[in-house]
Design a protein around this ligand. Structure first.
Ligand code: DC
Length: 218
């Protein structure tokens, strides 16, 4: 049986950084489910889909993942779309399209298939609650919104982009609200998930805490 680690939490909590490090330490595959929702959003933008058309249009998007040089690559109808999915526009469309039941059914099935026969560290919003309810280790990783905004602000300014901390924090709070209040698969801590608040923890401290949880499960 495969070993599954589920990491859920709000935007900017550090899920992907932590998940990648754990995957490397354990030799597991890292699965970034947000990237799949983003690839679907990119397809819908390219198709100029209206919200009413999402149900039908999403059926024509074939999303798969693979690995090149150790990095997850998302393919949309056979095209590597990694370099197109990190824009604000795609992020906005992803938050509009990810609550759609057809979109979620399609991507959840793909995620479950990946985890069925491989050891994975999967991060997202509904992994412990809906996608992998039987995961051996479940973590709900969070940090306060000001700290998450600061991290994003530092990331952007390091890249030479000009940005405003207050605006970033407002965006983060709004995304949390959308993710937590949607009807289908809202972001919430699974009953059996361990809560880790990374506001005052280093990356290595969080990684060690998750590895300890894995070791306990054998
Ligand atoms: O983590 P991210 O910003 O790349 O996620 C993109 C969008 O997809 C975001 O609006 C939340 C949504 N998402 C989701 O609904 N369920 C997941 N398992 C992962 C992401």
């Amino acid at each position: 049986m495969s070993f599954n680690i589920a990491i859920d939490g709000p935007a900017g909590a550090g899920k992907s950084t932590i998940a990648k490090k754990i995957a490397a330490k354990k030799g597991y595959i890292y699965v970034d489910t947000g990237a799949m929702y983003r690839a679907m959003a990119l397809y819908l933008i390219r198709e100029q889909a209206t919200p009413e058309q999402i149900d039908e249009k999403c059926e024509h998007a074939d999303i798969t993942i693979g690995y090149e040089n150790g990095e997850q690559v998302v393919y949309l109808n056979g095209e590597n779309v990694n370099s197109y999915i990190r824009t604000e526009e795609v992020g906005r469309m992803a938050s509009i399209s990810s609550p759609n039941p057809n979109v979620r059914r399609k991507l959840t099935q793909l995620q479950q298939k990946l985890a069925a026969d491989k050891d994975v560290v999967m991060d997202g919003r509904d992994i412990g609650t809906c996608v992998l309810p039987g995961a051996q280790v479940k973590v709900y990783l969070t940090a306060d919104s000001h700290e998450r905004a600061l991290r994003r602000y530092r990331e952007l300014t390091a890249k030479g982009e000009t940005c405003d901390l207050d605006t970033i924090e407002k965006d983060i709070v709004e995304r949390d609200r959308q993710d937590m209040t949607r009807e289908i698969s809202p972001l919430k801590q699974a009953e059996d998930a361990v809560l880790l608040d990374s506001s005052h923890m280093t990356i290595d401290e969080v990684v060690d805490a998750v590895i300890t949880l894995c070791d306990r499960e054998g």
